[in-house]
Structure formats: structure tokens, C-alpha cells
Ligand binder design. Structure first.
Ligand code: ADP
Length: 756
């Protein structure tokens, strides 16, 4: 008896089948001849014959015999019955076994067998018709004579595990066995059908896709030909398609843009959404999505460019050059955020433009004055009607580069209300940790702002929210002296105004005296904005004269200025003409620069009331109270005077609100002068906050104040000793003309003025 171990096949009794020669060889059955008895043993696992052990076999096998062997060595086998293996031995890979027949329980009669077989065969025939191989299979199917034969033949295709296959053999009753077999075969057909359907469906969709692609290409081709014929009519969709492709957008942005583009295609030109979709696509495709290379900048050239457009500003320029150098060393496009602080017209914005030029980068300016809605920074969501991008992204679109120099003008004028806090949104824009991923609500995809060099400007750093201020590095623009203004007008403002109006140098001459007079008598400012306007006015006036042909060449001297500028000279507060007890000159800082102011005091018969006029703010009113207490303390003998009189304090230019602590020393001196009856010389001016203990504390805006003092003709100025370091920022020509007296205590001032 030849033992044939098999795996993952269904061998059933009463079936005839072929073994090809090579399969037999694989099974190590090499010597078989017709009539040989066979015993099929069924393996539990797929193992090589040499590794098999007794445990690897199921207890039930099948007996059979070799029917015949054809010329090529293929063997025809007929199986007989199921057997119980009684003995099994494996020695050196050779298997010997004994078996006895296993009884079947025939609970189906022959007719039933036949009916079920025929039903299955018909189903198989119909099933086969659905396939190309159906014709070939038909003969095969008709050849089968029993369900067992069908199952054995389809064995490899059935969707059964090897254990399930064995279970068919194991079933003792005919009903059980036939049910298992039917389930296997019908299931096989269903699975095959579903697979086929899916494949067909897939093929259909493939065909559809191919067709669609082909059609699209054709449309594309036709459209392009149309576009060539009428370039003016190139459709929006096509234009945006191209722009999206060329823009170099990142994946997220491209997806969003394509989504909108698809909507645009579907909606068509007449839809009311079209405009909105158009605007969005126009916006995203106008932004620059390309990362720019860091360009090497020649520092000498950069210095030259800064000098070209701006006179003076030595410290500012130095700081800018340092910033450029650091950026070069770090190979970065952006560095610390600079905050230019100074009065209007001191060149804060325009030097931003020069920085851009020096770095060979685009320049964009955004005004933040009066912005109170967070959406102005961060944009509106597109669901809103009339939604717009925020100002930052709008600026990025305007300049069309990813690394511009962006000047954020008037950051001190941001305000806050119910519609959110624009300052905190701005913080996100400026924060190098976050701004590579800045998401404008309108754009709706992150945009990298980390290459933008931000420069902020403000008139005063006081109103900038602390967290914002901490991010920035403040640089003071102290305002220009008369001498600087003269140079600026001569070198820049006048030539520019003449050029703008087409006036040649030979046709208009402005004498130095005339220029100085414009500066002194027609402008009152720390910057040069008013001066620039006056230069323009001058040139306009000259232009009319030249065009009328009244004069070929015009010379402007101080005498003719009033005609040219059509304005009366401004009257500056000059020094007091006569000295008077109770009146003292102080120095004030205003947005337009520095000014001198007078503090006037007077006592009238009364009952100790204090009256204050001149629109003084709360802080200044407190300074008055401190001054009064201090004087009462220092001059106990004057207590009677305070009790029996009313005190009136006035600061002229009553229509202009004034506030700040820096008039403390002036108030105290004025009161002292009043009660001692000793006048203070008008050539003195002073500034400084006073403490109740009589100390003098530092103040802000020293350069502007000293400039104002010098302009007004003051010759001696008291300043808080703690402000001495600020003198570095004061122009030499101002310092030259003033005697600057640093003081620590109120008594130092009073002694010097011989009030004590
Ligand atoms: P700000 O931003 O400080 O208000 P701007 O930058 O707008 O001032 O300057 C106002 C005008 O004055 C500009 O035309 C500018 O060119 C000119 N300007 C300011 N400072 C200088 C300077 N130092 N040299 C030459 N022109 C100057």
C-alpha cells in the first residue's frame, strides 16, 4: 500500500482523478503501477515530507487504487472509501500505515443525491456562461458525475480553509456532507460573480476616466486655440488654472485654491458667488509662495543708500546697519523687530523704504492708525458677505514677494474694542515662533511670514501694549535741529519739490536766509513734514510765475517769503520780556516736538482756595498739589499767606490740553518766587518731576525740550541729574548754545536762582 500524504486538497471517496507525474514525484510516489493500493493521509499543516511526524495527520484518510498510468507517467486514480487510520509510523521520512474502512451513514437516497447533483451542475453551467472561459468549462462540467467529484475538482478554488476541507471528509452522514459541499460550491459561485461584477464596474469607471481625460484634453486643446485667436477673452478659469500651477503654492494652499476654482467652474459667470470666488483666486494667486534666497548685501553700499535719501539720523542708521550685518551672519531674512519712535515727519517711514532699497527687497507700508477690529489684521472669514483679507496679507499681495520690508505705521494708534484686540493679533504676526504659520481668516491656509522684515513706527511708545512693546527694539528719532532742518531742506526737500514740479535749478534760487526763515518762522515741528509742504508751496508759486513768463529766474529771499507762502509767520513763544515774581519758564514735550511754556501764579485776598486754569490734566494737577505742600513745608513763615489768600495757577495757551509730571520743578519754583517776591530771570528754563521729599526725578523727551529752549532763546536750563545720559542724544549745536545745569534737589534750583 502506497501512502500519499496530501495537504489542502479535498479527497473524497468514489471519485476518479488524475495525478500528473510531477505531482506524484513531489509526493515521493515514484514507483506506482496499475492496481496498486493507495492510502491518502491528510496533513494538518503544510510541511515537507521529511519533517512530518505522526501528529501531523488527521485520523481519517481515504483509500483508493491506481487505475492506469499513461505513456507520460500521469496516474489515473479511483478513490474508494473513508478509512480510520489504525497504525501510523514514520521512520526516516518513510511513512507506513494501517487502516480500516469507516462506516458511512447513508441518510440520503440515490434519487435525492441525483437531484441535488443536477441542480448544482445546472447552476454551474449557467454560472460558467457569464465568463469567457464558459465554453471551455462546459464540457468539463458535463463530465462530472457526482457532487463529490465537483467538489474534488474545484477543491483548489473553493473558499475553504484546509481544516474546513477536512471537515467535509470527516462528516459521517450524507446529509451533513452534502450540505457542506453545497455551501462551498454555491459560495464559490457567488464570490466569483461579485468579483466579476466589481471588476466589470471597475472597468467601466476606468473607461469613464479615460474618456473624461481624453475629452478634457480635447477641450483644453480647443480652448487654447480659441485663446490664441482671442487672447483678450482668455477665460478666468483657465487663467487661474495656469496661475495656480505657476504660483509654487504649497500643498494645502493649492488644494484650497483648486476647491474654489472647481466651485467657480460649477457656478458659472452668472452666479452671484462668482465675484467672491474670483476675488479669492485673484488674491491667492497674487501672493508670492516662493521662498526667496538670502541675498548678500554689501554693507558699504547699504550705508550709501541710507545716506542718499536721509540726512543726519546717525544713530538710527548705525543701528540699521548693525541689524543688516546680523541678518547676514545668520543667513536670515528677518531679525529683531525695530520700532522707530518719534514725532511725525522725522523720517521713520521713509527710512523704512531706504532699508528695503539697501536690502534689494520690496517695500510695503501698512497703516495701523485707528485699527480697532481684530479682523483688520487677521481678515474676515469668507462666509461673510464682503469678506476681505487682513491688512497684513493684503500688503503681502500688494508687494508680491515673500520677503518684503514691511513698515507697520502707527502701532501706537491701535485701539481695542468689542470686536477683539488687534494688538494681540499683531503679536502673532510679529512673533517669530508663530509667524511662519500665520493664518489669515480670509486666506484660510497658513502663510509663512517669517521672511518679512518688520519695522514698526510710533509717535510715542507709551500707548503701545506692553507685550507688543517687549517684542520690539525701540529706536528714538529725536527730531531735527534747525541746522539739520536747513540741510534737509537744502539737500533733499527743495530739490525734490523742484523736480516734481519740473522746475530747473537755474530758474529758482532760494537763499539760505529764506530757508532759515521758513524753518524758524513758518514751521513749528520736530520733523520736517511742514517744511516739506512749505517747499512745495514755494515751488508751486514759482511755477505759476515761470509759466506766465513774468520772470525767467526767481530768487526767493526772506522779504518775499510772505508772498510766496501766502501765510503769516508763526509766532513762537519767545523768552519773557520782563521778569516778574511768580512767573517761571518750563519746557514741555508735544507730539510736534518741544515747546517752552510759562507757569503763572498769583495770590489774591481770599481764604486759602487754589484755582487752576489752562486745561491741565490729572497728573499736572497733582504736581500743583505737591508743589503747594512742598513750598508750605519749606517756608513755614509763609503759612499765613496761603491761609489768607486764594492761589491761582495758570498755564497759558489755555486751549491746548497739557499733562505730564515734568512741570513739577517749574511749579514749585514759580510758587517760591511768588511767596518770596523774588523774580526769576527769563533766561532760565527748567524741567523735572518733583517728589514730596524735594527730590528731582527724570523726565522724557529731553532732546526735543532742549531744542525748543534753544530755539526760544533761553540760555540756561535746569535738567534732572538722572537725565544727564540723555544728553548724548542732544545735538551739539543745541548743547553749545545752552548752559545745561543738572540738579538733584529742588533746593539746588532755588539756591542757584537766589530764592533761598
Ligand atoms: P514719519 O514717518 O516719521 O512721519 P516720513 O518718513 O513720512 O516721516 O517723512 C516725511 C518726509 O520728510 C518724507 O518726505 C521724508 O523723505 C522727509 N524726511 C524726513 N527725514 C528726513 C531726513 N533725515 N533727510 C531727508 N528727508 C527726510
Amino acid at each position: 500500500m502506497i501512502v500519499v500524504p496530501i495537504y489542502d486538497m479535498i479527497i473524497l471517496p468514489g471519485v476518479s482523478f488524475y495525478f500528473k507525474k510531477d505531482v506524484l514525484q513531489e509526493l515521493n510516489v515514484t514507483e506506482a503501477s496499475a492496481g496498486d493500493e493507495l492510502l491518502f493521509l491528510i496533513q494538518r499543516e503544510d510541511k515537507k515530507q521529511s519533517e512530518l511526524t505522526v501528529e501531523d495527520f488527521y485520523p481519517i484518510g481515504v483509500s483508493g487504487s491506481v487505475e492506469s498510468i499513461d505513456g507520460e507517467g500521469n496516474v489515473s486514480v479511483q478513490t474508494k472509501s473513508r478509512v480510520n487510520i489504525t497504525e501510523l509510523e514514520i521512520t526516516e521520512g518513510k511513512i507506513t500505515a494501517e487502516a480500516v474502512n469507516r462506516a458511512d451513514v447513508e441518510d440520503l437516497d440515490a434519487k435525492e443525491w441525483q437531484q441535488r447533483f443536477e441542480k448544482m451542475r445546472t447552476a454551474l453551467l449557467r454560472f460558467a456562461q457569464g465568463f469567457q472561459w464558459g465554453v471551455w468549462a462546459r464540457g468539463y462540467i458535463l463530465h462530472w458525475k457526482s457532487i463529490s467529484e465537483i467538489v474534488s475538482s474545484l477543491s483548489a478554488y473553493l473558499n475553504l480553509s484546509s481544516e474546513e476541507k477536512y471537515q467535509i471528509l470527516e462528516a459521517d452522514t450524507s446529509t451533513e456532507r452534502v450540505e457542506k459541499m453545497e455551501r462551498a460550491v454555491y459560495e464559490f459561485m457567488e464570490v466569483a460573480k461579485v468579483g466579476e461584477e466589481a471588476e466589470n464596474a471597475q472597468q467601466e469607471t476606468h473607461e469613464k476616466v479615460y474618456r473624461e481625460d481624453a475629452l478634457k484634453k480635447q477641450i483644453d486643446f480647443l480652448q487654447r486655440q480659441l485663446d490664441e485667436l482671442h487672447p483678450e477673452n482668455v477665460s478666468d478659469v483657465r487663467r487661474f488654472e495656469q496661475k495656480i500651477q505657476e504660483s509654487g503654492m504649497n500643498e494645502t494652499a493649492r488644494k484650497e485654491a483648486e476647491k474654489v476654482l472647481n466651485r467657480m467652474k460649477q457656478e458659472g459667470k452668472d452666479s452671484h458667488e462668482y465675484g467672491m470666488l474670483y476675488d479669492y483666486l485673484d488674491f491667492v494667486t497674487s501672493l508670492s509662495w516662493k521662498k526667496e534666497e538670502v541675498e548678500q548685501v554689501d554693507l558699504a553700499e547699504a550705508e550709501q543708500i541710507l545716506d542718499k535719501e536721509h540726512y543726519g539720523l546717525k544713530k538710527v542708521k548705525e543701528r540699521i546697519i548693525q541689524q543688516i550685518a546680523v541678518m547676514q551672519l545668520n543667513c536670515r531674512q528677518a531679525g529683531s523687530i525695530l520700532l522707530f519712535v518719534g514725532a511725525p515727519g522725522t523720517g521713520k517711514t521713509s527710512i523704512g523704504q531706504s532699508i528695503a532699497e539697501a536690502l534689494h527687497r520690496k517695500y510695503v507700508r501698512i497703516s495701523l492708525g485707528g485699527v480697532r477690529d481684530e479682523a483688520e489684521i487677521r481678515g474676515h472669514r469668507r462666509t461673510y458677505v464682503g469678506a476681505m483679507p487682513g491688512r497684513i496679507m493684503e500688503g503681502m499681495k500688494r508687494c508680491g514677494a515673500s520677503n518684503p520690508v514691511m513698515v507697520l505705521d502707527e502701532v501706537d494708534k491701535l485701539s481695542k474694542d468689542f470686536s477683539g484686540d488687534p494688538a494681540s493679533a499683531l503679536l502673532e504676526v510679529l512673533d517669530p515662533e508663530q509667524n511662519n504659520n500665520f493664518t489669515d481668516h480670509y486666506l484660510n491656509v497658513p502663510y509663512d511670514l517669517s521672511d518679512v522684515l518688520f519695522v514698526c513706527t510710533a509717535n510715542s511708545a507709551d500707548t503701545i501694549p506692553e507685550p507688543l512693546l517687549n517684542r520690539m527694539e525701540a529706536i528714538q528719532f529725536p527730531g531735527y535741529t534747525a541746522v539739520e532742518k536747513f540741510q534737509i531742506a537744502r539737500r533733499h526737500l527743495l530739490p525734490k519739490a523742484m523736480e516734481n514740479m519740473g522746475i530747473k535749478a537755474k530758474n529758482l534760487k532760494v537763499t539760505d536766509e529764506a530757508l532759515q526763515s521758513v524753518i524758524h518762522d513758518y514751521t513749528m515741528e520736530a520733523g520736517v513734514r511742514g517744511l516739506k509742504k512749505q517747499m512745495d508751496t514755494l515751488c508751486r508759486y514759482a511755477a505759476v510765475k515761470l509759466v506766465k513768463g513774468e520772470q525767467k529766474s526767481i530768487t526767493v529771499n526772506p522779504k518775499r517769503l510772505q508772498d510766496f507762502l501766502d501765510e503769516k509767520p508763526i509766532r513762537h513763544e519767545g523768552i519773557l520780556e520782563e521778569k516778574q515774581p511768580g512767573v517761571v519758564t518750563g519746557l514741555a514735550w508735544t507730539a510736534a516736538g518741544g515747546e517752552i511754556l510759562f507757569i503763572e501764579t498769583m495770590m489774591t485776598k481770599g481764604s486759602g482756595k487754589v484755582q487752576i486754569t489752562g486745561q491741565l490734566g490729572d497728573v499736572m494737577k497733582e504736581s500743583v498739589q505737591i508743589a503747594v505742600s512742598l513750598v508750605k513745608f519749606m517756608y513755614p513763615e509763609a503759612a499765613d499767606k496761603f491761609r489768607k489768600n486764594d492761589l491761582h495757577i495758570h498755564v497759558p495757551a489755555g486751549a491746548i490740553p497739557k499733562d505730564g509730571p515734568s512741570a513739577g520743578i517749574t511749579l514749585t519754583t514759580a510758587l517760591t518766587s511768588l511767596i518770596t517776591g523774588k523774580a526769576v530771570s527769563p533766561e532760565y528754563a527748567m524741567t523735572g518731576e518733583v517728589s514730596l521729599r524735594g527730590g528731582i526725578m527724570p523726565i522724557g523727551g529731553l532732546p526735543e525740550k532742549l531744542m525748543a529752549a534753544q530755539r526760544a532763546g533761553i540760555s540756561k536750563v535746569f535738567i534732572p541729574e538722572k537725565n544727564v545720559d540723555d544728553l548724548d542724544d542732544v545735538a551739539e549745536e543745541v548743547k553749545e548754545k545752552l548752559e545745561i545745569i543738572p540738579v538733584k534737589r529742588v533746593t539746588d534750583v532755588l539756591k542757584r536762582l537766589e530764592l533761598r
